[in-house]
Design a protein around this ligand. Structure first.
Ligand SMILES: [Zn+2]
Ligand SMILES: [Zn+2]
Length: 269
């Protein structure tokens, strides 16, 4: 079984075709999906998706693009919302200096609030980082000194140093369809150096479809293509990469393992 550790099922391209999307994920061996929050204000939508589908978990948080829309959500509110049994992560939160859709100081403040919530709840933080390597390294190092938290650098497309520092700080690194692009030599080289027990795969659907679907609407089923390329990069088989990344998923997102145990009990004859 594969896990798509990061997708956006609430985006119109996916939500309007949800039964079909979930069926093709299942057919491709993608047994679990995490639909990731971009606005705390959309919490009820994510919750409903997870409650309606046994394969779906969700997170709570504010994407850095939207930090200016939700600048003052306190950690206590994130903590409260994350108590739902299928809410398994905080985020996505972080820094995006490529698009700069929210002022950078607001992005940094909102990011630190999410770190606080992740630390308090022991839920992993899903980190979005783009063109912000120096500030990201500084904030992660500083916050880790204040108290440990677990996290994943999602859709990794940053520089080697951020990957190295992230691994040293105990973070996981999640690879998306970008890994499969012809010109992504650098990302494949970085991925090869990440310890195997820190690797995850994701789609970030509906964006960033892997080869051979590049340019089309991405969907969770396609995570198999990224996993296949990652298997080649680290020199293991497709079934080994599925086991490695799924074991890593359940170790990092440990609340998913608890939720699955409850589900299996409920569904037992
Ligand atoms: Zn992101
Ligand atoms: Zn995302």
């Amino acid at each position: 079984m594969l896990v798509d550790s990061h997708c956006h099922l609430d985006f119109p391209d996916l939500q309007t075709r949800l039964p079909e999307i979930l069926a093709s994920a299942q057919a491709a061996g993608v047994g679990r999906l995490v639909t990731i929050s971009t606005h705390v204000a959309r919490y009820e939508t994510y919750k409903a998706l997870a409650e309606a589908n046994d394969a779906v978990f969700f997170s709570v948080g504010t994407h850095p693009h939207n930090a200016a829309e939700e600048p003052d959500v306190p950690a206590s509110h994130l903590i409260e919302l994350s108590a739902h049994p299928r809410c398994i992560a905080i985020g996505e939160a972080g820094l995006d200096y490529h698009y700069d859709k929210s002022p950078r100081d607001v992005q940094r403040k909102v990011f630190r609030t999410h770190i606080e919530a992740a630390r308090e709840t022991s839920l992993p933080l899903v980190i979005h980082a783009r063109n912000a390597d120096d500030d990201m390294i500084e904030i992660l190092s500083d916050e880790m000194r204040r108290g440990r938290f677990s996290a994943v650098l999602h859709c990794f497309s940053s520089g080697e140093k951020l990957a190295q520092v992230g691994v040293e700080l105990g973070l996981y690194v999640s690879l998306s369809g970008i890994l499969t692009f012809r010109n992504s030599e650098e990302i494949r080289r970085i991925a090869a150096a990440v310890p195997r027990d820190r690797l995850l795969v994701e789609t970030d659907a509906p964006y960033l479809a892997p080869v051979p679907f590049r340019g089309k609407t991405n969907e969770p089923a396609y995570v198999a293509h990224t996993a296949h390329v990652l298997a080649g990069v680290i020199g293991v088989s497709d079934s080994e990469i599925a086991k490695i990344t799924t074991d890593n998923f359940y170790r990092l997102f440990s609340k998913a393992a608890q939720a699955d145990m409850v589900r299996d009990r409920v569904h037992a004859p």
